[in-house]
Design a protein around this ligand. Sequence first.
Ligand SMILES: [Fe+2]
Ligand SMILES: [Fe+2]
Length: 342
Amino acid sequence: MTATDSAPSAPGDGSGSGSTSAEQELQQGFDHTIARDQRIEPRDWMPEGYRRTLIRQIAQHAHSEIIGMQPEGDWITRAPSLRRKAILFAKVQDEAGHGLYLYSAAETLGADRADLTQRLIEGRQKYSSIFNYPTLTFADVGVIGWFVDGAAICNQVPLCRSSYGPYARAMVRVCKEESFHQRQGYELLMTMMRGTAAQREMVQDAVDRWWWPSLMMFGPPDGDSPNSAASMAWKIKRHTNDELRQKFVDMTVPQAERLGVTLPDPALRWNEERGRHDFGTPDWTELQRVISGDGPCNSERIARRRAAHEEGAWVREAASAYAAKQAARAAEAAVAAEGAAA
Ligand SMILES: [Fe+2]
Ligand SMILES: [Fe+2]
């Protein structure tokens, strides 16, 4: 299959034969870049569908990083030691940084960050379903690092080869940080498992609550994932939801054994023939419910994001006023220098 017949983008319907052939040429150039596994950069021509799909995916990813600060941020003031507080602080700050790189990547496609934030707080753009679950104990911090950041690694490592340059490059650094997040979570859990019986129970309880929502993070099954095919053909995405979910399960099972916890799935077993684990089916109606806004913490998460945005209005105003003043001074200086030179 060539890129030309696999790419779902139709050549534009430019009026007149001249513009149609010009557009076809641009489309061919784009298709060849994709077929050769080279990168599309911000100044390159790209089909409108590609641009829209990327903006949607990158914005959703950015929103997830920012909203994802909340469930764990809740535990910063209650961390059990200075060391745990410092680690958690660093991790939550990293997530803010991930959000910022991603909003910047979306801006290279012509999106406006203020508009994306508005869409998030008005519920017109989504973020990962996983962040709509509550963090009930400190073990949840460990399990989020292990499962949620682990799932993020499965998702994001292939995105380092995504066809859009700024997105792929942002992912390289993000993945390095996600790997620290996963390790700190696992190490926290290992420490708790070496502690008291009550601590071990807390870990098992957190594992029981987060396992299925973590599997849902990869999105609906491939058959019900309408945007997947286009994203795969454009090499924005490199693996399907089900492939990534399988990879996550295979990676996590031996880690659970070493930790000494049980993953809450009676159907989970090694399949010799496939060389992979078989596992049960997540509750897709729950995923639908959470995505459509009816999860345990959806309204709380959005309300908090909205409040932070409103409370930060004076910072944005001050920064814009300062930038305008600097620009005016620079313009004045340029005019003065021109006058002096004349
Ligand atoms: Fe992140
Ligand atoms: Fe992370």
